[in-house]
Design a protein around this ligand. Structure first.
Ligand code: DAH
Length: 338
């Protein structure tokens, strides 16, 4: 003879199957599975059963509860999907959709990421510094005292309190050395500012990647090796790199870096892309004074530094004729780099 629980299960399944709407189904669910439903009541009765009966009935009760729960959930899902397809039926899927606008990285950001990736492989870490600087970090610490003519060549925008928008990212060299002991190997991409007459190749805000390497026995050969590697990774293996003597107050010797590559449009001429040099001992002395120690003893440590013009590099790499395109937000221009 069937156990009364089996009878209960068959009744429940029949009611669930025949429920014609969600309310009837819910009523059946409560009737059997609800807190005071008839299947739940069996759970209460378990206490009064004998030791032998308990496991047998317990097992059956579980099976019954699972079967009824599964059947009720299945029908709930059925009602739900019926409702959904009924409402979707009113949608005309042949209507054209709203086109999705896909964004892309700005060419300067792409340039930035490519460069960081190359320097990262060479063991350079990222360093950062503020765009609003004090004169000491921008000039004095970089061996450019107030009366120095190099200072007037880099006119910039001053705040009423005497601070200024940094004219180059070289400020981050100083900030890094103040904060950390040698050896140092960092790059710092960021914006720089000058009070320029704006034209196709000059902007009041431009972008640089500063580099600084300080260690024992660092020479101009290390500088040349690092920058040649970088330029060839960026512009291709046929890129020629030339170093021309120049003057920067914070390096000695100082070199300007030029590239030429057949792979580039207009690549048959030399294009200036960076300033660089071997860190001037006077810079180390300024840093020592600020640190209050001999952390950068010029007798022990030497270094090279460079400042790459990022806008210039991007103009060469992507064959962009006018610097102003970078900041005009013209989608016809930007879409070409998507
Ligand atoms: N700060 C220089 C500029 O903006 C570029 C530069 C030259 C950076 C030589 C350096 C360097 O680190 O060593 O014109």
């Amino acid at each position: 003879m069937a156990h009364p629980l089996e009878q209960l299960r068959d009744d429940a399944l029949r009611e669930i199957e025949s429920a014609s709407d969600e309310q009837t189904l819910e009523a059946a669910r409560v009737k059997y599975l609800g807190r005071s439903g008839s299947i739940s009541a069996w759970g209460e009765q378990m206490k009064s059963l004998s030791k032998e009966e308990k496991p047998v009935v317990g097992k059956l009760l579980n099976e019954v509860r699972n079967a009824v729960t599964a059947a009720s959930e299945k029908r709930t899902a059925g009602f739900r999907s019926q409702k959904e397809s009924a409402s979707l039926g009113k949608i005309d899927i042949s209507l054209p959709g709203t086109p999705h606008q896909i964004g892309a990285l700005h060419p300067l950001t792409q340039m930035w990421e490519r460069s960081i990736e190359i320097f990262r492989r060479m063991g350079f870490a990222l360093a950062d510094g503020p765009d609003i600087e004090d004169e000491w970090h921008c000039f004095d610490a970089l061996n450019t005292p107030p009366e120095h003519p190099a200072r007037s060549e880099q006119d910039t925008f001053y705040l009423p309190d005497g601070r200024l928008l940094r004219t180059h990212t070289s400020t981050v060299q100083i900030r890094t050395m103040q904060a950390e002991k040698p050896p140092i190997r960092v790059i710092s991409p960021g914006a720089a500012y000058r009070n320029e007459e704006i034209d196709a190749t000059h902007a009041a805000q431009f972008h640089q990647i500063e580099g600084l390497c300080v260690d024992e026995n660092v020479s101009v050969a290390d500088l040349k090796g690092a920058l040649e590697f970088f330029m060839r990774e960026l512009f291709g293996p046929d890129t020629a790199v030339q170093f021309r003597p120049h003057f920067f107050p914070f390096t000695e010797p100082s070199l300007e870096v030029y590239v030429k590559s057949k792979a580039l449009k207009g690549g048959e001429r030399w294009i200036e892309v960076a300033g660089s040099g071997v860190v001037h001992p006077a810079v180390f002395e300024q840093v020592n004074k600020a640190r209050g120690d001999k952390g950068y003893d010029p007798e022990k440590w030497s270094g090279y530094a460079f400042g790459l013009g990022m806008d210039r590099l991007a103009m060469i790499l992507f064959d962009i004729p006018d610097l102003r395109l970078f900041s005009q937000n013209d989608l016809r221009f930007l879409r070409q780099f998507a």
